[in-house]
Design a protein around this ligand. Sequence first.
Ligand code: IVH
Length: 714
Amino acid sequence: MADNPVEHLSEAEAAEELGRLAAEIAQHDYRYNTEDAPIISDAAYDALRRRNLAIEQRFPHLRREDSPSNKVGASVSEKFGKVTHVVPMLSLDNAFHDSDVEDFVGRIRRFLKLASDAKIGITAEPKIDGLSLSLRYELGRLVTAATRGDGTTGENVTLNARTVASIPNVLSDSPPDVLEVRGEVYMSHADFAALNERQAKEGKQIFANPRNAAAGSLRQLDATITASRPLQFFAYAWGEVSEMPASTQMGMVDAFRSYGFRVNPLMQRFETVEALVKHYHQIEEQRALLGYDIDGVVYKVDDLALQQRLGFVSRSPRWAIAHKFPAEQAMTILRGIDIQVGRTGALTPVARLEPVTVGGVVVTNVTLHNEDYIKGIGQNDQPIREGRDLRVGDTVVVQRAGDVIPQIVDIVADKPRGPSAYVFPDTCPACGSHAVREEGEAVRRCTGGLICPAQAVERIRHFVSRNAFDIEGLGEKQVEFFFKSEDPALHIGTPADIFTLKKRQANSLTKLENIDGFGATSVKKLYEAIDDRREVSLSRFIFALGIRHVGEVNAKRLAKAYRSYEALANAAMAAVPPKDRADKGNDAWRELNEVEGIGSIVAEALVDFYAEEHNREALAALLAEVTPLDEEVKTVSDSPVVGKTIVFTGSLERMSRDEAKAMAERYGAKTAGSVSKKTDLVVAGPGAGSKLTQAQSLGIEVIDEDAWFTLVGA
Ligand code: IVH
């Protein structure tokens, strides 16, 4: 933004700047309202609007037709149907200082020609930082849900709104025939953090704050995605109402509660400015503890007859105002970027900041999500921070988005920049193994697997889990205990250590049976469980290694194809992936790719795994203790399903539908898409519908997915 104070602008400069601001604000409105992906902070956006307004106030005749001051929000996205709001959804004026509240009440008294000390009932409630939604009920049933849009026309998000638990589909009590309830859809801090964690794990979009997450979740063309996102709703206003159930703001909100809506428990009615301001500061103190974002307190004249008389000025009511909290932003210096390794091997960069107080809390670390985020590249290659990369030494703006989750929202452009671009490491800081980023993924991962201490506990737990080595007596607590123990007779850092535990214990003075939580019997049982697994099927062995993309099904495929551990390991070590499009890789690579169901992604993961010396060492140690049994090949004629017709229905958890079909065919069966008298067997997963009913009525045998695996001996 231009630094020239508004008072110093010439008329020509003012005209030019108003044009630039109109375009810039419109662009930010679009990013915010339509794409749910703002590229500047709220404070920076407010500053642009304030400057626009200040210039307009100094040069009223220069006010443009497309002035941002005339608009509430951006145009409606094309993706959704449109809904016209019979009663427009307007905005609120802002107050920033306690004295602005005094002015607000003073204006009301003057407008109503009341005495300067006349008492006026005014409600005060939190301003929820989400997105507003208008819900239309006819005869007590939800018929339309619409976003605010530009205030006059919003987007039809009815199907999405129906999936929100706190939005009733049918109202209780006796609501008016036509009732439009308005309120805020939002996401709690805890749900926001969990969602972003899930998104990051899946390499998907990271939301900047709970409000964007709520907006992005509600505005989904596929309402099942909305359903999977934990949204909540507070009712606080209304549009068209056929018969008003109350004559005050409080009374209306009480009525909403009786119809089944959630209303904010912090709403109260006061009669003096002092009491309003006191409540504001009390809410401000509780802000960080509420568990959801609020950005101020809204005051509303309680008496609806007075609201009616007060009416509106341009885009906001005269009877209400939003008393905003000061922006929780602060400047500090980015001192360093550290890399943390998660339990799944994901490398997450963390900014180390010169400690700074933001909204009363000292912030020293903030997550930087992934390497693209540092480079200034967002989802779909959209620029973030206008495409500027973060460098150690930069002066940055830190915001406690969502009050509790701090983040860097910008780089201060007029401060000296850090000297050099940050180079994201391609080795794991925890174990030194290569860290690779697969195509289409935002996350770089450590390939150290078994030997990476950051991943070890999770890997060992996977190794002993039911479908892998299935060792009872090694639960989460025990694995953590053994891993953390520094006693050489107790430490379990790699799978091989599990199998040497008994031997190490025999020569040691620290006896496991004397340690809290382990009795003599449980230790004996543990050793038995371990010894029982010194021979294990090849497919379990492969699955237990926790190689990326090698789940149970792929482990079985590889076991069947290579039949012995040596054959598989030799193939994975000999395989050379193609260097470019023209190259097809060497013979071993092509053979690996030709294994049914194994594609280049899995093949590459295997090659990467064996390319790490650490992994080969861990495997050698394990193979000194454990023998993977050669896979017996079942000939098709052995299979109990030869010649049978099988229908798969419902959702399958261990394999995709295509895999299921391929598997059935491999065992000599045919598959069909519908159930008829010719069907011999139905494999039904959860959620199976008409096919299952049909099978039952025809008396056809129905089994579940696990039983299918057992039946064919897979
Ligand atoms: S009353 C006529 N009450 O703030 C105005 N708005 O800046 C009716 N908001 O679009 C709005 N919490 O999205 C009202 N307790 C509250 C609110 C609230 C959040 C939002 C709402 C509105 C915006 C206005």
